[in-house]
Design a protein around this ligand. Structure first.
Ligand code: AAL
Length: 434
């Protein structure tokens, strides 16, 4: 009986597929006028190819020029930050969102000032950092124009052992909630980079401090607010890049973690989740659909219209995309970009307003790792980015697609020795088989 039911099921599925193939075949064969030259003349009942279907139904607009969630990005070096001539002893990285208070802009960031550059896990000690974000504190700076900054000094120092973050506090972001200020940050209780299951481990949960003023003083909660997932859960190993926004009267903290794969290269798969709470200290409930993004390393988010947009930079099958989730959970690709800002903190006026009609962003700070182009002196520097992801701005010069990289950049990153050897071998075997 079961085999008969199974056979009926298989035939039904096949007939559906074949029907859909037949349908496709018939659509392909049905004659129709050519696609019009001017979109105004498009017949709303025209049969469209998948690509053209996507253009009109999936994206914000079929032309980049009209897509409010597409932009070029322009970068400007900042004034006001010293990096010891790029010797690797000072780093500033992973800037927070920017807020505007007391007539000026505020930004917080990971700050390292160590006697040496990062030396790797094997050589690190209480003063020598293992990684660029090891032995760090959270510092802050203010500005009246976003280009020239006045460094104010430490906001969150590393706490004393055994409090979470005693080794390093890094990768912070800010929340303003009921007129108080909160800084969420990665709290390391061991040097980053400890070799474990083949990859360098970067194990830390998220802690938080609070203040009545953006200038502090900051009081640490001295407890983890967003903890690791259980063993064998996707976010068991790391909770990175905490990113708080306000939506639906609640606090949405987006964060990065990563799924593993027990294969040769052990490269984990970065994903992003969201944890939601009624108050800043929690308890945080992780969304059952987590991970809600399948790509991105330090992803940048900002409220846009009634939803939330995400600039998904490095890592993953959907890296270098700008995405949008009308419901703040189910993200769809809104555009594909290039030279996207890395680890950025935007000035997002609607980050905490819960307006449901958010404007978007036009600038912020991002970071450039290996700022001196010398991995032997690894340090990171902050920079400003500008864009047009704002409903208030209409800057066609920020909506170009044919951005040409300098030709020498292509040749600078050419074939490596192994790839050239492989090609030479392939050539040889072709010649031998003549
Ligand atoms: C960053 C972030 C986290 C990682 C390291 C410092 O770009 O993803 O903070 O731990 O790199």
């Amino acid at each position: 009986m079961r085999s008969i039911l199974l056979l009926i099921l298989v035939l039904a599925i096949y007939s559906c597929n074949s029907k859909s193939e037949e349908q496709t075949q018939s659509i392909n064969n049905e004659p129709q006028d050519a696609f019009p030259l001017f979109l105004e003349n498009l017949d709303p009942n025209r049969k469209l190819s998948s690509a053209m279907e996507r253009s009109f139904k999936h994206y914000e607009a079929p032309r980049l020029l009209d897509n409010e969630l597409y932009s070029n990005f322009k970068y400007t070096e900042l004034e006001g930050f010293d990096y010891n001539d790029g010797d690797g002893t000072i780093t500033r990285r992973d800037p927070s969102k920017i807020i505007f208070e007391n007539g000026k802009y505020y930004v917080w960031y990971t700050y390292r000032n160590t006697p040496t550059k990062p030396m790797g896990y094997a050589k690190c000690n209480d003063t020598i950092p293992s990684a660029d974000w090891d032995l760090c504190d959270i510092w802050y700076a203010t500005s009246t124009d976003g280009f020239t900054w006045e460094e104010q000094g430490v906001a969150i120092p590393k706490p004393k052992k055994p409090n979470p973050g005693w080794r390093s506090v890094s990768t912070t972001d800010v929340l303003k909630w009921k007129n108080k200020y909160y800084l969420y940050y990665q709290a390391f209780s061991a040097p980053s980079g400890k070799p474990s299951d083949g990859g360098g481990s970067d194990v830390c949960p998220v802690a938080m401090s609070y203040a009545d003023s953006p200038d502090g003083p900051w009081t640490p909660l001295n407890k983890v607010v967003i903890d690791f997932g259980k063993e064998n859960e996707w976010d068991h190993r790391v909770i990175h890049d905490p990113y708080p926004l306000v939506h639906d009267g609640k606090i949405y903290v987006y964060y990065k973690s990563g799924m593993g794969k027990r294969d040769a290269n052990k490269k984990h798969w970065d994903g992003w989740g969201v944890a939601i709470a009624e108050s800043p200290e929690g308890p945080y409930k992780k969304h059952p659909l987590n991970p809600v993004m399948n790509s991105g390393h330090e992803t940048i988010l900002f409220p846009f219209k009634e939803g939330v947009a995400a600039i998904v930079t490095t890592d993953g099958i959907e890296h270098y995309t700008i995405q949008y989730a009308k419901d703040w959970v189910n993200f769809e690709i809104a555009s594909v970009g290039k030279m996207l800002p890395v680890a950025a903190g935007p000035f997002s006026p609607d980050a905490f307003t819960d307006s449901g009609d958010a404007d978007g962003i036009s600038w912020g700070l991002s970071h450039f790792i290996n700022a001196g182009n010398d991995w032997g002196k690894m340090y990171t520097k902050l920079a400003r980015f500008d864009c047009d992801l704002s409903r208030k701005i209409n800057d066609p010069s920020m909506k170009k697609s044919n951005l040409l990289y300098p030709n020498d950049l292509y040749f600078k990153y050419g074939l490596n020795e192994a790839q050239r050897e492989r090609i030479d071998k392939e050539n040889q075997s072709v010649l031998n088989n003549q």
